[in-house]
Ligand binder design. Structure first.
Ligand code: GTP
Length: 891
């Protein structure tokens, strides 16, 4: 008998045990004697070495909670049903390949966790678990859930994250359990149908042959465009195969100004073809790969990491050396991917070096480096493979088109989903309207009519209320928008009620507004607004130098699209939602004075008078905080513009000074001066190869550090949020430039990791001083660390004492005292001191909320004299008591 088994046997004698923790002991079996623990309720056996289920556990008939996560189990014996009162069963991180059906006999189960196994099927029998409230099935292989799950009335939480779901589709599952149940209702009321509709996006430089491929695919015969037949913004088409597989084709114009539209128009579930003209592609010209292919791949990966891509060379009929070219391009593609990976690798290595060279006491910086390293690692994993082969096609001879079609059909088959027939019918009607209807957009009532037309009586009887119909409409629209069939924003009540089923309408409006063809705009304004030339010239200059468009001028630019008043209002709201512009009302009493500022259209240079407000050298009594964000692969189109628009929420409301120019914003707020700029740098200090970097910089000047940090962090957080939302795959570096070096005007300033700004109090420690490596000077820590990090947790507690005392109730405080006593953090005498504190007054805010500020104050004072564990326990207690507001204050 080994030592572990011997000890286990000894434990079996403790027959009054109610709770037993044996996690992390490398156990592989349990002796039969365990059944002597007749009153055992909770048993932790996680992180052990069980490969077969320890049958002896089936004798523990009073078990309520069993934790067997992180073992190697692949089966459960039917005897498990003897655990009649088992409520919680954790089997996550095991080796189940099929759902252990024996579990369905545990009819009292409330929580079942099967996350991170290899499960691929969920049996109908699962509905026998009538008391199940929470079911975790996070994994990689589950495609179908049984429709009968809609009848599991106790179920409140279902987590199926990560699985390649077909029934219900992923998008429906993401919308939550209620949406899944509604989907299954619809699936049983109508017919279940397989649906394959994929969005195909053709991107590439102008005249690459995109429109010709799109039309050739649609018509099934050679179709190439005339030279004059240029795609303006986006042209949509559809192609249907004999096997009922549908493709929505988006053919994008290659012009620069349209690029803003892509994230709105391209679905993450779609396919992207990077298209280029093989006949003019010169393999000798180094710039060709980057211009026609590389840059497009980087752009798509930055916005939609993980989207499926393939490269298509057109004009095959005109190119004799196509196969040689394609193999050269193929190896360029490989190099490109490798270079990207190596870039991440070198960045990771350089961070590791910095970690090694950083003093161990600089824990905040070390933590910032660690965070940066893990972010780089996750981005490195996202440099996914693009389809290996380069497709060579001709829209004249049809050569290569069959291979392309075959590829499309294979991908579509892999991505087919099961939908209720009424969803498929609604989708078909919406798509028909796209090509046959005359409407610019579809309104809510019309959509609901379409849905009702396709809904069977049984479904209508069950879903008769307006609310039911609204929910079903949202379910269907959300699915269609996710798949790229329509554009639909559910982010505001107005936008939600309008569907852009014809993407080109939205694209054309954006194009008309963001149009850079200034002469055309001038004559358009003059004609439609019936105004004199000087007036038109003034409006024109407002647009093209200051980026300002009045509502009147905006309506005039949209005139060709014959938008209804609602549609025009929706467009304006949408442009603001997409942060293409911000609204300024110069005189609130006059609504006609409303204008919209579009940083996209600004061409003005920096105003010379700004040199007095923001001289190039930092004035002597002023400090400057500077953050530089560097983009090694180009700052994406639209990122700076969106950042500039987002500032309006801080600057506009306070009616502060704001001056914009082509590549920057100057503003004054909260007693500080702020300057945002973008531009290019010659070198990135971290990269071996000296290439040009794009940067966005945030600089704040002032004399009150606390206010300055507030403004500074706000700018930082805005930019980071925009990157997270719209460019999740973007590579960038960020640095805090040493304020000492900035005021000394050093040519090579010391750079601190910008990730310091991401740190929270919980992960940071209080540094005493920072050191400017370049000059060797010690600088006060509060020049490099935001004030919340410079404060110790004790200082934070003191600062927030009043709020804590006002909100912590007496029962909550007494619970906390017990917890701190149990943890041995405070002594009995200290607890008595708190309890004994005579209340001067009782603030009785309601019958159930009695606070005791004096007692809480004594308690907090005691805590500040304790080690950091006291802070951690306080955070835990507040979390358990549901005081997330207070938790946020002290974190
Ligand atoms: N010989 C030949 N000509 C082609 C082929 N594909 C397109 N063309 C011609 O190339 C030119 C550009 O083709 P389009 O399909 O309009 O290119 P595009 O990428 O849609 O162009 P934009 O709309 O400007 O972005 C047209 O004159 C086409 O007739 C092809 O496979 N072979």
């Amino acid at each position: 008998m080994d030592w572990a088994s011997y000890k286990l046997l000894a434990l079996c004698g403790l027959t009054n045990l109610e709770e037993l923790y044996l996690g992390g002991n490398q156990l592989s079996d349990i002796p039969a004697d365990i059944s002597r623990l007749k009153v055992l309720r909770i048993f932790w056996l996680n992180i052990n070495a069980f490969t077969t289920f320890p049958v002896a556990l089936c004798g523990l008939t009073n078990l309520e909670e069993l934790y067997l996560d992180e073992n190697q189990l692949s089966d459960i014996p039917v005897d498990i049903s003897r655990l009649k009162v088992l409520r919680i069963f954790n089997l996550s991180r095991n080796a189940f390949t099929t759902f252990p059906t024996a579990l369905c006999g545990l009819t009292n189960l409330e929580k079942l966790n099967l996350d991170i196994n290899q499960l691929s099927d969920i049996p109908v029998d699962i509905i026998r678990l009538t008391k199940l409230e929470s079911l975790h099935l996070v994994g990689k292989n589950i495609t179908h859930l049984p429709p009968q799950m809609k009848n599991m009335e106790s179920l409140r939480q279902l987590d199926v994250y990560g699985n390649p779901l077909v029934q219900p589709p992923k998008n429906t599952a993401k919308r939550g359990l209620d949406a899944i149940k509604r989907y299954f209702e619809a699936l049983t009321d109508t017919k279940a149908m397989q649906s394959s509709r994929i969005q195909v996006n053709l991107l590439g430089e102008t005249e690459a042959g995109k429109t010709s491929i799109s039309r050739t695919l649609q018509l099934g015969q050679p179709t190439f465009t005339e030279a004059a037949d240029r795609t303006r913004v986006v042209e949509q088409g559809t192609w249907k195969t004999d096997q009922d597989i549908n493709f929505n084709i988006n053919d994008f114009g290659g012009h620069d100004v349209y690029k803003i539209g892509h994230p709105i128009f391209i679905s993450k579930c779609g396919l992207v073809f990077i298209t280029f003209d093989l006949s003019t592609y010169n393999t000798e010209n180094e710039a060709h790969y980057k211009l026609h292919i590389g840059h497009w791949i980087d752009k798509v990966q930055a916005q939609m990491p993980g989207i499926k891509m393939a490269v298509v060379g057109t004009h095959l009929d005109q190119d004799k050396a196509s196969s040689a070219k394609c193999s050269i391009i193929k190896s360029k593609l490989k190099d490109h991917r490798q270079r990207k990976e190596e870039w991440y690798e070198s960045q990771i290595k350089s961070i590791e070096k910095k970690i090694l060279n950083t003093d161990r006491t600089q824990t905040s910086i070390l933590q910032a480096y660690e965070d940066k390293k893990s972010k780089l690692k996750s981005l490195q994993r996202q440099v996914i493979d693009i389809h290996d082969d380069i497709f060579g096609v001709s829209s004249v001879t049809m050569e290569g088109i069959e291979e392309l079609q075959h590829f499309l059909v294979t991908v579509a088959r892999e991505r087919a989903v099961i939908l209720p027939e009424m969803w498929v019918d609604a989708a078909t009607m919406v798509c028909t309207k796209k090509y046959e209807g005359s409407e610019n957009t579809l309104g809510w009532d019309m959509l609901q009519n379409l849905i009702l037309q396709s809904a069977p009586t049984l479904w209508k009887e069950r879903n008769y209320s307006n609310e039911d119909l609204d929910l079903a409409t949202c379910d269907i629209l959300s699915f269609l928008a996710d798949r790229g069939d329509i554009i639909w924003f559910d982010s505001s009540p107005t936008l939600k009620r309008v569907v852009f089923h014809r993407q080109e309408v939205l694209a054309n409006v954006l194009k008309a507004v963001l149009n850079h063809e200034s002469d055309a705009v001038l004559s358009k304004l003059q004609q439609s607004m019936s105004i004199s030339e000087p007036k038109a010239k003034k409006i024109h200059d407002d647009i093209f130098s200051r980026g300002i468009i009045s509502r009147e001028a905006l309506d005039c630019l949209c005139e060709p699209f014959r938008l209804s008043t609602t549609e025009a209002d929706v467009m304006v709201e949408l442009m603001q939602k997409l942060e293409l512009c911000y609204q300024v009302q110069e005189d609130e009493s006059l609504s006609s004075n409303t204008s919209f500022h579009f940083p996209w259209l600004l061409t003005e240079e920096r105003q010379p008078e700004l040199d007095t407000k923001w001289p190039s050298k930092v004035p002597p009594d002023t400090t400057q905080l500077t953050l530089q964000i560097l983009f090694p692969y180009k700052c994406p189109d639209g990122l700076y513009e969106k950042f500039s628009v987002r500032q309006h929420k801080h600057l506009g409301l306070m009616k502060t000074i704001r001056m914009d120019w082509k590549d920057g914003v100057y503003a004054e707020l909260k007693g500080c001066k702020l300057q945002l700029t973008r531009g290019t740098h010659q070198s990135n200090p971290d990269v071996v190869i000296q290439v040009q970097d794009w940067f966005i910089s945030i600089a704040v000047r002032g004399s009150n550090l606390s206010d300055m940090w507030g403004v500074f962090r706000q700018g930082h957080d805005d930019l980071m949020n925009i990157i997270k939302e719209d460019w999740p795959g973007l590579s960038y570096d960020k640095y805090l430039v040493c304020p000492h070096c900035v005021s000394e005007d050093c040519e090579h300033p010391t750079l601190f990791p910008g990730e310091i700004l991401d740190l929270t109090l919980g992960t940071a420690s209080k540094p005493r001083q920072g050191r400017c490596v370049n000059t060797g000077v010690s600088i006060p820590a509060d020049l490099v660390y935001p004030p919340h990090l410079v404060m110790s947790w004790q200082e934070v507690l003191n600062k927030e004492k009043t709020s804590l005392c006002e909100k912590i109730t007496e029962p909550c405080l007494l619970d906390m005292l017990n917890e701190f006593l149990q943890e041995g953090i405070i002594t009995l005498r200290e607890a008595e001191m708190v309890r004994a504190e005579p209340p001067q007054h009782h603030d009785q805010t309601s019958a159930t909320r009695v606070v005791c500020p004096e007692k809480t104050a004594v308690f907090l004072d005691i805590l500040t004299r304790k080690p950091v564990r006291a802070h951690n326990t306080l955070c835990l207690c507040l979390q358990e008591q549901g005081h997330t507001d207070l938790l946020r204050l002290i974190q």
